[in-house]
Design a protein around this ligand. Structure first.
Ligand code: ADP
Ligand code: MG
Length: 318
């Protein structure tokens, strides 16, 4: 894709505004319209509508260069992934997306990087129905903080799982871990396959519509960002139950099974992070949306059990 696509043509490329307002206007504005936006970028705060009976779901996530993505990463990918990861939290609450704000810290004004960043923003705003209604721009180490807001009537919380419920995930697991391994040179595969797996890491696909549909039938839910075992562990703890995972039931993509032996694929499905797939529990009689995968059950007890791994944990920052 040419470096200039997606950027308003009326602004000459050479005319880089050094001031904050010019940057906001060029790279972070005109993405703020949506059905729930009363007032977007430009005033002291944005205004979003809530219907009566709805509550506001709010979540913020920050990515820092050198910690969450390698220095020199493509702005399109970094931006898309930052919004997708934040949007995944709304999906996990069963919330209807209202809008987002974006706080950006930039070490320098890098025209090409910001244009790529704008492209990632545009596709994320559209895909997740999250108009960019405000934010902040400051100078400092390269950092993106994405705050997402959604409206929800009956939130899908972590604490509602009950013994006898079944345990589900909404899509295949482990691809993002394989994609990261490709990016870091730990996994070598044919170039079309490498491209598919890299995409799975850089362009997570949280399904906000599915999250809203699940909120009506699921007893508890969480998004898988740090690995199934780790995140299922949070759900188990919050709900005061135990979860049993059947490794044979874990959905694995054809790409992942093409790339690595089944044992490695299962290990990544259980402990690799970054999939941004939903994990939820529902009564065995519940009528569920198509395409979800039953991977186990809820029992009266504590912790996460799996026939395959004993001491598995997901990624932890500290
Ligand atoms: P204030 O001084 O009131 O905080 P700013 O000067 O920081 O306002 O920003 C001006 C307007 O531009 C505000 O509406 C703010 O929300 C918006 N804005 C600033 N940075 C961003 C950004 N990165 N993305 C989207 N909107 C932004
Ligand atoms: Mg400000």
């Amino acid at each position: 894709m040419p470096a200039s696509s997606g950027v308003p043509r009326s602004v000459p490329a050479a005319d880089i505004p050094a001031d904050e307002f010019g940057l906001i206007d060029r790279f972070f504005s005109h993405l703020d319209s949506g059905p729930d936006v009363t007032l977007g970028v430009g005033d002291d705060a944005a205004l979003l509508k809530l219907a009566s009976g709805e509550t506001l779901a709010v979540s913020v996530d920050t990515v820092v260069e050198g910690r969450h993505f390698p220095p020199g990463s493509n702005g399109d990918l970094v931006m898309f992934r930052a919004v997708a990861a934040a949007a995944s939290d709304l999906a996990a609450m069963g919330a209807r997306p209202l809008g987002m704000t974006l706080a950006v810290s930039l070490p320098v004004v890098n025209e090409d990087w910001l244009q790529a960043c704008r492209r990632g923003l545009e596709s994320a705003v559209q895909q997740f129905s999250l108009p960019l209604v405000g934010g902040d721009v400051t100078r400092g180490p390269l950092t993106l903080s994405v705050q997402v807001m959604g409206a929800v009537r009956s939130p899908l919380r972590r604490d509602g799982a009950r013994p006898g419920d079944r345990l589900y995930v909404t899509a295949s697991l482990g691809d993002a871990a394989a994609g990261l391994a490709v990016c870091e040179g730990r996994l070598r595969v044919s170039s079309p396959l490498a491209e598919v797996l890299r995409e799975r890491f850089w362009r997570p696909q949280p399904d906000l519509d599915l999250g809203q549909r699940l909120a009506a039938v699921a007893t508890a839910g969480i998004d898988i960002s740090d690995g199934l075992i780790a995140d299922a562990g949070h759900l188990a703890r919050s709900s005061g139950v135990g979860l049993r995972i059947d490794s044979a039931a874990l959905p694995l993509s054809a790409s992942l099974l093409d790339a690595v032996p089944r044992e490695q694929a299962l290990t990544w499905a259980l402990t690799g992070g970054d999939d941004y797939v939903l994990c939820f529990t529902a009564p065995s009689a519940a009528v569920l949306p198509e395409g979800v995968h039953c991977i186990g059950e809820v029992f009266a007890g504590a912790g996460v059990e799996c026939d395959m791994l004993t001491n598995a944990t997901g990624y932890r920052h500290f």
